[in-house]
Every structure is written in C-alpha cells, then in structure tokens.
Design a protein around this ligand. Sequence first.
Ligand code: TK8
Length: 364
Amino acid sequence: MTTITSFPHATRPGRTRSRLTTLMVATVLGLTSLSAVAATEMPPIPEVTGDVVEGDGNDYNLKFNIGLTQSSAQYRGLEYFKKIVEQRSDGHIQVQTFHSAQLGDDLQSVSALQAGTLEMTAPSTSPMVSMFPQFAVFDLPFLFPTPEIADKVLDGDIGQQMLKDASTKGLVAIGWAENGYRQLTNSKLAVTSPSDLDGLKVRTMQNPIHLDIWRTLGANPTPMSFAELFTALEQGVVDGQENPWITIESSKFNEVQQYATETNHVYTPFITLVSERFWNRLPESYQQLLREAAKQMGDYERQVSRTLNDQIKQELKEQGMQITELTPEQIATFQEDLAPVYDDWRDKIGGDLIDRIRAESQAQ
Ligand code: TK8
C-alpha cells in the first residue's frame, strides 16, 4: 500500500494571503502540467485506412455528443472517428464533436437521438439498463478479470448480438468502446476494506446494480448524472464517486477528492449509438462507413485508455492524490462481500448470459 502526502486541495483555516498566492500558483502549475502531460502522452491519432466511399451526392451533418471532457480517451476516439468519416466520405459527411455533456448527459443524449435532434452519442451502458435490461450484466462486480476478456465478449457473439438487440426504440447500436475499470475516490479517508465505507456518501451512475453494490458494502449510495458530479463532490453533497483513472484525471476529480482506492470493481463499456431517423436517411454505403469508423474508433480508444491507465495513476499520485493499492487479500474481501449481488440479479439478467460470459474468462 503506497501513501503520498496530500496536495493542498481543500480550504484550511488560518491561511495567509502569501501562502494563498503560492498555493494558487502551484495549483495552476499543477493543472497546466497535468493537461500538458496528459495531452503529450496520448497515442497519436492513426492515419485513415480504407478508400473513399461513394454516397448519394447529398451532404450530411452529424453531431456527436459525449459526457466526458476534451482530455478524455473517449474524446480522442471521437477525433479519430471524425477524421475517418470526413475523409472517407470525401467531405460529404461533416462531423461536429461535442464533449462535457454540452448537448446533454448520457440519458438526455439518448433521448435526443430518439427524437432525431442529435445524430450520435456513446453513453455508458449502465444508465441504459432500464431501456435494455441485458446491459446490466456489465454492472456485475469483478465480471471481467482482464480488459482482453471484455474485448472478446463485446467483439464476439455475445456483444454483437447485444448491438442487434439494442438497435430498436429509435436507436441503431453500431459499436463498443472502453470506459474502463472503475476506482473509488473520496474526500474523507483512505479506504482499504468495506468496513471503511460505513455511511460514506458515494455517487453512482443511475443504475440499480451499482446502488446494490455500494449498499452491500455498507456505503450510502446516491444515483446522479455525471454532468452534476464535479459540483456535487466540490460542495460535499456526496463524499465519493467511482470512475476509471483517466476519467478521474480528465474530469479533475482529484482536485476535490484526496483519497482513491484501486478497486477495479466494475468494467464499464461505452456503446456507440446512432439516431435511427438519421440512419435511415443515409445510403447503405455511408451506413457501412459509420460501422467501420465506429469499430476503428473503439479499438483506438481502448488502446489510448490502456496506454494511459498506469501513467495517469502515477500522475495523480504526483499531484498528491493518496492512492491505496489493495493487496490480493483485501481485494478478496470486497469480492466475497459482493458475491450476493450475483444472487440478487441472476434471474433478472439471465443466468445463461452470466454463465456464458464467465465461461469466456475460464476459456482464456
Ligand atoms: C460520461 C459517463 C461516465 C460514467 C459515469 O457521460 O457516469 O460515471 O462512468 O463515463 O458515462
């Protein structure tokens, strides 16, 4: 377990002006170096492969909105998607990219696709379980032991069938990408076991399994949109939250969260969606182009997310976040305490789907 002295985030009593000035300078320096480092380390956006695709001569505007910030791996993927689609449509499809929920959070974006006021988005699967219950399988704790197994399931029969099943209700599902393994952060204490979570107010995605997970561990979970999260943490409405390292850094949660525990408790995918109204207006050749671009975007985004994961954890430590790396025994305690979540949800999700995914892990 490594502990690092904290970076002076929270306001402390008896602070003098000169100390405040130094602090602010340090903060700014820290921030600039943060985004500078993050930016420079991102794997370069690949060249576009594949020929120019013949369309129907019409021009199309495609707005693509996401909830994460401009310095997220997801937005980097979007930049690649834009490059592919514009180049291979010879400019007939223009892609406008939006980040930080500029056009709405995950659920608002999905509704906008159904209404035809937005063309594409890529939400986490978790807030969508009320629309597509089978997505809940991804919210089961410790389901995927490695990201490679997640790829195998998502890119394999199970994942492709899910895309088909989710191509309904005004949506067309065309690909998967990586949000990643979630880590707990909080502003109160270093968490090394479930008993440390007693009463801790933890924000979760709007998802019944995540609520079940944190209640089972003894915390006090609150479902909330990602778009409201930073302010809720800053104002102490909630004490903690859980997201991948790259999201913790790109959303600057480390500015309002002093402690983190590497729990890797859930792997969350992003699903790439198109408005059915927009989709039906496109010639088949452009529909195929969007499918190919979504696949390449997803693969590249996985690469970015995995390349940066450990580096960003290191950067967060260097910026004073107190990061707890659990021992195998401590992880086992979390896994044992969360085993009942599988019993709670097996029938609702479908035992067969859970067993098939688990079999993929054993097959490795
Ligand atoms: C961004 C969300 C985010 C998710 C969450 O729109 O809500 O915590 O992990 O990535 O989808």
